[in-house]
Design a protein. Structure first.
Length: 164
């Protein structure tokens, strides 16, 4: 039996992109100067204590993913400038519904093709948390409400998403 080839997935290959466009055509800005990538699935469970089982059973009804992030405050970074403007204006309602694209590490294409990665193109509520001028960071999270699954390629720092 042949041993499986192991590949360590690198943090710099799992990339969150925020759509900073005000139109229907996405303009993706990489959230890169961050030391946090905490994608929590928040499984919503239901407990059932079936007669035939010794212990109660946990069933997963759905997930409510959230991605906690922070971003170093670098004026001129497209993602930071966009978030800093939101922080100043304090938008609510539909104004905080944003597209978040998460490109996951691990090439799923063949070796002959351009690198292609699994990706989620999401509709999310962007929740601003706080701005820490001492740490020089803005903290926020995405509460994901819709996921379109697909693949993405990244060329010159810009992603192209294809839904599957």
């Amino acid at each position: 039996m042949a041993l499986a080839k192991l590949e360590r997935l690198k943090k710099h290959k799992t990339i969150p992109f925020l759509d900073i466009s005000e139109t229907d055509t996405p303009e993706w800005a990489r959230i890169g100067k961050s030391t946090i990538f905490d994608l929590v699935l928040n499984a919503q469970t239901e407990e059932n204590d079936f007669i035939e089982d010794e212990m109660p059973t946990s069933d997963i009804k759905n997930y409510k993913p959230e991605l906690a992030q922070e971003l170093q405050s670098n004026k001129g970074d497209a993602a930071f400038d966009y978030l800093y403007d939101m922080f100043f204006k304090l938008p609510t309602g539909e104004a905080v519904k944003k597209n978040l694209l998460i490109v996951f590490a691990g090439n799923v294409g063949s070796e002959e093709e351009e690198e292609k990665f699994n990706a989620w193109n999401t509709t999310s509520t962007l929740i601003l948390d706080h701005f820490d001028s001492v740490a020089e960071k803005i903290y926020f999270k995405f509460s994901i409400s819709k996921i379109s699954r697909g693949t993405a390629t990244v060329s010159e720092g810009k992603p192209t998403f294809t839904e599957i």
